[in-house]
Design a protein around this ligand. Structure first.
Ligand SMILES: [Fe+2]
Ligand SMILES: [Fe+2]
Length: 243
């Protein structure tokens, strides 16, 4: 289903509960009655066109995504990505870490199993954190600066002109693959290699949460790789012609 401004927001969640964290990232709280997306977006001061592109892209793989997003101001997508970073770092990763700490094993390898898993998870968390810091301190600001200068290209900021001479958005090393493989290791340890923990329900919850996080991050990464980076790269290319 294509979600439109007139769709009731409750129906969106009833149809696809995977959108719950996406919607809450916009600051929208439950208890929306029969309000439509347009009404909710107006009351929360959210750009409804942007909201619709995000929920439709994440709701339906076949929705032709990103074309409209690429035409919108980049700071809308960047702001959304920043909220996702906050969600990973402050909410989801601590939540999974806490679940992992509740896993129990019997026998002499109990402590060893626990520490192996904790070590892998904290390594993964560290990698995510470094990735996020790099994006927030380097990549996103450069992208926004590129857009700002592009929109004002008859009057380029001299400092930015200097940066343009040496920098390029394509120089940024892509570490998304590394993050994926760290997450795959983590899943494999639980699914294939460790003795099964005693508390089966928590184990299932840990795995379910890891799979959810993986999907969420894949959507996040797509916005970076298919929206903000290529759009900024196009602008950068035009600006470099002016040098
Ligand atoms: Fe990111
Ligand atoms: Fe990223």
């Amino acid at each position: 289903m294509v979600i439109t401004k007139d769709t009731k927001i409750a129906d969106v969640i009833l149809k696809n509960h995977n959108l719950i964290p996406i919607i809450s990232r916009f600051g929208i709280k439950f208890g929306f009655g029969d309000k439509s997306i347009k009404q909710i977006c107006d009351s929360y001061d959210i750009n409804a066109d942007f909201f619709l592109e995000i929920v439709n892209a994440f709701n339906d793989k076949d929705y032709l995504p990103y074309r409209k997003l690429r035409e919108m101001p980049l700071n809308l997508t960047v702001n959304y990505l920043l909220k996702s970073h906050y969600y990973y770092n402050k909410i989801k990763l601590p939540f999974i870490e806490n679940l992992i700490s509740q896993l129990e094993w019997k026998g002499e390898d109990a402590e060893k199993n626990k520490s192996v898993l904790k070590k892998f998870f904290s390594q993964y968390r560290k990698e995510v954190n470094e990735h996020i810091i790099n994006e927030e301190k380097e990549i996103y600001p450069y992208i926004l600066e590129t857009e700002k200068n592009f929109l004002n290209r008859n009057n380029l900021n001299p400092e930015f002109t200097e940066k343009l001479k040496t920098k390029s958005i394509t120089d940024y090393a892509d570490t998304h693959e590394e993050l994926n493989s760290a997450l795959l290791d983590l899943k494999n340890i639980i699914i294939k290699y460790l003795n099964p923990p005693e508390n089966r329900e928590i184990t299932e919850q840990v795995l379910t949460e890891i799979f959810r996080l993986e999907k969420d991050m894949a959507d996040h990464t797509e916005l970076e790789d298919k929206v903000i980076v290529p759009v900024a790269a196009e602008m950068e290319k035009e600006l470099k012609k002016q040098l």
